[in-house]
Write a protein that binds this ligand. Structure first.
Ligand SMILES: C[S@@+](CC[C@H](N)C(=O)[O-])C[C@H]1O[C@@H](n2cnc3c(N)ncnc32)[C@H](O)[C@@H]1O
Length: 416
């Protein structure tokens, strides 16, 4: 039997929970908003804090709205009006920076809000359990059926609707979808169950493609299977070839804005740019015209192949893609670099990469974080090496969720 407590919610935490107090303890309450009084069920007890989940809202905040998706794990902030989501994301970034860098006054720009708070996602990864097709419930492997997902672009909603009409049970355990935001079509990747027969999978993929006008192809894992294995999408004036497994920002409109922010931040351009964790070259290729040479380092081979092919397709000749782990590769590159972009995955930058960047001593660095809690850890050695933050620009790539993308520009003040 879990205990319940009543409390006032006074703040918002990294990760999206409301924050209140119970006696001397801080309480992180999932589903609660600042300004609310709630009754909450305690789910975890620690020495200095508790975790809890809202069970009754005794006084609702004016920002609270009716959720669109039930159950709601897939869009954990959908109960917050969109302008308040944007405001809270700004507060979270500011709090995290203050926590890790308390002695530095940091200019934080207002969060760039998304133009479409719903219907923006260009990719999805769904799981299959028997005849249930859906997403994992938060922190579990339980597959929750979501008849329709309003976070997705229309091409993905159509593609999923037609898959639901087919007999996929027992054949597949996972489906990855990618849509082209520019051209309005999709491709899919199936992960088969161990017992699935190839011919049965082929019949499923063929029937799915034939009954879905916007579905251009289906791969079996990474193997081309039916139709095209690629999606083409245009970003910042470059047409990208995208394999199903390559990273590409899920929110196309906001990805355009990110490229513009990074390009403007790095002006004046010229010389050599290093794009570490480059993916398919979402920054490297659009910025190629601003530099004499761009070196893009990426660990995932299919993304490197996509990047190289996109460079050829777009007649970009001054970008070199290197397939390798950035932490092993960058130290061996010959410099100088006039600017560096660091856009690591959620776990942040490898310390060996930060060391290698410091050794190259580029005058400017753009660090892009998708985890505000790690910004301080990754930036501390750069600040100690003589870089200063010139500005911080949060961008909302993930409406209806507490995830935040933050662009940080640093300039070397060594020798100034
Ligand atoms: C957040 S994504 C950024 C990709 C790209 N900058 C973009 O905006 O599309 C991080 C990328 O880092 C790659 N990656 C992960 N670990 C890596 C490593 N150790 N070295 C190089 N690349 C890595 C991932 O495959 C992914 O493409």
């Amino acid at each position: 039997m879990h205990d319940t407590i009543e409390l006032e919610i006074e703040g918002i935490a990294q990760g999206g929970d409301g924050v209140g107090r119970h006696g001397d303890l801080v309480v992180f309450v999932t589903g609660a908003l600042p300004g609310e009084r709630v009754r909450a069920t305690i789910t975890e007890r620690h020495t200095r804090f508790l975790r809890a989940t809202v069970c009754d809202i005794l006084r609702a905040a004016p920002e609270r709205v009716e959720p669109q998706i039930k159950p709601g794990d897939h869009a954990p902030w959908q109960h917050i009006a969109y302008p308040a989501q944007v405001r809270y994301k700004g507060i979270i970034v500011a709090d995290q920076l203050r926590k890790f860098l308390p002695d530095i006054t940091i200019p934080i720009q207002p969060v760039i809000a998304a133009p479409h708070p719903w219907g923006y996602r260009n990719s999805a990864r769904l799981h299959v359990d028997g005849a249930t097709l859906g997403y994992h419930a938060a922190g579990t492997k339980t597959v929750v059926d979501l008849a329709d997902d309003p976070l997705l672009l229309p091409a993905l909603r159509d593609t999923l609707r037609s898959l639901r009409r087919l007999a996929f049970a027992g054949l597949i355990k996972e489906v990855t979808l990618r849509a082209s935001a520019t051209y309005g079509y999709a491709a899919a990747r199936l992960s088969p169950t161990p017992d699935a027969e190839r011919h049965a999978l082929w019949r499923l993929a063929t029937a799915w493609k034939a009954s879905t006008p916007v579905l251009a192809g289906v791969t079996l894992e990474d193997e081309p299977f039916v139709g095209t294995p690629f999606v083409y999408d245009e970003l910042a004036g470059v047409i990208f070839r995208l394999s199903l497994g390559s990273f590409f920002q899920v929110n196309h409109a906001q990805a355009e804005r990110m490229v513009a922010v990074v390009r403007d931040a790095l002006a004046p351009h010229g010389g050599r740019l290093l794009d570490a964790y480059s993916g398919v070259g979402s920054f490297a290729l659009p910025l190629a015209r601003c530099y004499d040479e761009v070196i893009a380092v990426e660990a995932y081979q299919p993304a490197v192949e996509d990047g190289r092919q996109s460079a050829i397709d777009n007649q970009i000749t001054n970008v070199q893609f290197i397939n390798g782990a950035a932490e092993h590769t960058v130290a061996h590159l010959s410099g100088p670099f006039h600017a560096v972009i660091l856009d690591p995955p959620r776990r942040g930058c490898h310390p060996a990469l930060i060391e290698a960047i410091i050794a190259h001593a580029p005058p400017q660095i753009v660090y892009i974080s998708c985890h505000p809690g790690l910004i301080g850890r990754d930036l501390a050695p750069l600040l100690a090496a003589g870089y200063q933050i010139t500005f911080v620009q949060p961008v909302d790539l993930f409406p209806q969720t507490p995830h935040i993308e933050t662009i940080i520009h640093l300039r070397s003040v060594v020798g100034e």
